[in-house]
Design a protein around this ligand. Structure first.
Ligand SMILES: NC(=O)c1ccc[n+]([C@@H]2O[C@H](COP(=O)([O-])OP(=O)(O)OC[C@H]3O[C@@H](n4cnc5c(N)ncnc54)[C@H](O)[C@@H]3O)[C@@H](O)[C@H]2O)c1
Length: 365
C-alpha cells in the first residue's frame, strides 16, 4: 500500500477537522497517509496548524502547493468562492482532489468544475459528510432489508446557531459573494443531498426563504420537493440566535414503516416502526456496524482506536469520509460522494432560490 501524500488548502475550521481526521487515520494504522504540505493566506493560522500537525512544508499560494512533487492528493478547505480556482489548479496538475461542499456558489459553476475534473481525468470527492453518518447508513440498511413499502413523505428540520456572529464561526458566511447564500446552500445542501439519496431524483421544488436577521444571506428556507414516483419531502432550514445544540431531525414515512433520526445534538438516536410491529430504538453502537460495513471493514479485525477513529460522533465522521475517499483513490474507483452528487444537490439549491424569487414551483426535469 503506497503512502497517500496530501496537500491541504485552508487551515480554518474544516481544514483542521480534516487534518485531525487524517492524523487519526494514520495513528490508528488504518491508512498510510502523510500531510506533505498545507496552504493558507493567514500565516498565523497556517503556522499553528503546521506545528500542531507536524507538517513540513507551508505555502501562502495554493498554486505552489498543487505542483509540489511531494503532494499526490489535494484537499480544498477554503471558503466557497475560492473552490473554483483551486479545483482547476489541482485538476491541471493532474492530482486527485477532495473539495468541501458547497462546491461552488451556483449550479452552473459546480457543473463547470465537474467538467474540468472529468476532462483532466482526475478523481474528485466532496465533503457531503452525512453520506457517512452511521444512523443514516443504518436507516438505508433497514430499508433494504425490510418491507417498508413505497416512500411517501420525508421531512428534515435542520437548525443551526447563526454561523456568522457566533464566535467559533467565520464572518465570510454573511457575505453572499463568498458563500453564495445562507442556511440553504451553506448548510442544508447536506439535507438536499440526503433527501435525494433516500427518496430518489427530485423533480420539482417550491421554496420560501426569509432574511429575518436583516443580513445579505437567508436565515430561513422551507422547501417542498417532489421526487420521482410521487413521494414528497419537506425541508425546513434555519439559522437562529438561540444558545442550543445544532440539531437535525429527519423523519421518513413509507407505506408500511416509519424512521426518525435525531442528529447533531447530544442525543443521537434512530427510532423505527414497521407495520404490525412495535417501535424499535437504535443506539450508536448498533448503527456503527452499518458504517463499518459500508467502509468494508469489520470491528473484530480492528483495534479499538481504529473503530473509534471511524465511528466517533462529531469531527471523526470526517475520518470515515476521508477513509472512503482515500481508499477509492488507491483502488481507482469513483469517490462516493462524488462531484456528480454535489452537482445534483446544487441544481436543487438553485431551483429553490429561483422558486422563492418567483414564488412559483420550479420543474427540474
Ligand atoms: N462538510 C462540512 O460539513 C463542512 C463544515 C464546515 C465548512 N465546510 C465548508 O468548508 C469551506 C471552509 O469553511 P470553514 O468553516 O473551514 O471556513 P474558515 O473561514 O474557518 O477557514 C477557511 C480558511 O481558508 C483560508 N483561505 C482563504 N482564502 C485562501 C486562499 N486563497 N488560499 C489558502 N487559504 C485560504 C482562510 O484564511 C481560512 O483559514 C466552506 O466552503 C464551507 O462551506 C464544510
Amino acid at each position: 500500500m503506497s503512502t497517500s501524500r496530501i496537500g491541504l488548502i485552508g487551515t480554518g475550521n474544516i481544514g483542521r477537522t480534516h487534518l485531525t481526521s487524517l492524523a487519526s487515520l494514520r495513528h490508528s494504522g488504518l491508512l498510510d497517509v502523510d500531510i506533505s504540505a498545507i496552504c493558507d493566506i493567514d500565516e498565523d493560522a497556517m503556522q499553528q496548524a503546521a506545528e500542531l500537525f507536524d507538517v513540513p512544508v507551508t505555502y501562502k499560494d495554493f498554486k505552489d502547493l498543487v505542483v509540489d512533487e511531494t503532494v499526490d492528493i489535494v484537499y480544498i478547505c477554503a471558503p466557497t468562492n475560492k473552490h473554483g480556482s483551486m479545483v482547476k489548479a489541482a485538476a491541471k496538475a493532474k492530482k486527485p482532489l477532495f473539495c468541501e461542499k458547497p462546491l461552488a456558489r451556483s449550479w452552473p459553476q459546480a457543473s463547470e468544475l465537474m467538467g474540468v475534473t472529468k476532462d483532466a481525468g482526475v478523481s474528485s470527492g466532496v465533503g457531503l459528510v452525512l453520506r457517512y453518518d452511521q444512523f443514516l447508513l443504518h436507516a438505508k440498511k433497514l430499508i433494504e432489508t425490510n418491507d417498508f413499502g413505497q416512500p411517501m413523505l420525508a421531512h428534515i428540520r435542520d437548525d443551526q446557531r447563526f454561523p456568522v456572529d457566533h464566535v467559533q464561526y467565520s464572518k465570510w458566511r454573511g457575505d453572499r459573494s463568498i458563500a453564495g447564500g445562507g442556511t440553504l446552500i451553506e448548510h442544508s445542501i447536506h439535507d438536499i443531498d440526503v433527501l435525494g439519496w433516500f427518496f430518489g431524483t427530485i423533480e420539482s421544488v417550491y421554496a420560501r426563504i426569509n432574511y429575518f436577521a436583516g443580513k445579505k444571506v437567508e436565515d430561513q428556507a422551507s422547501l417542498v420537493l417532489t421526487h420521482e414516483g410521487g413521494a414528497v419531502s419537506t425541508l425546513d432550514s434555519i439559522w437562529h440566535c438561540v444558545e442550543r445544540p445544532n440539531e437535525r431531525m429527519i423523519e421518513l414515512f413509507f407505506e408500511k414503516g416509519f424512521i426518525s433520526i435525531r442528529l447533531e445534538s447530544d442525543k443521537r438516536v434512530l427510532d423505527y416502526q414497521l407495520q404490525g410491529a412495535g417501535p424499535v430504538r437504535v443506539w450508536e453502537e448498533t448503527a456503527n456496524l452499518a458504517l463499518l460495513e459500508t467502509l468494508g471493514v469489520h470491528s473484530k479485525n480492528l483495534s479499538l482506536e481504529s473503530v473509534e477513529t471511524l465511528t466517533s460522533v462529531g469531527a471523526e465522521r470526517y475520518a470515515a469520509l476521508s477513509y472512503a475517499f482515500l481508499k477509492s483513490i488507491q483502488s481507482g474507483t469513483e469517490p462516493f460522494p462524488s462531484f456528480r452528487d454535489a452537482v445534483t444537490a446544487h441544481k436543487v439549491v438553485d431551483a429553490a432560490y429561483d422558486s422563492a424569487s418567483k414564488n412559483q414551483c420550479v420543474d427540474l426535469l
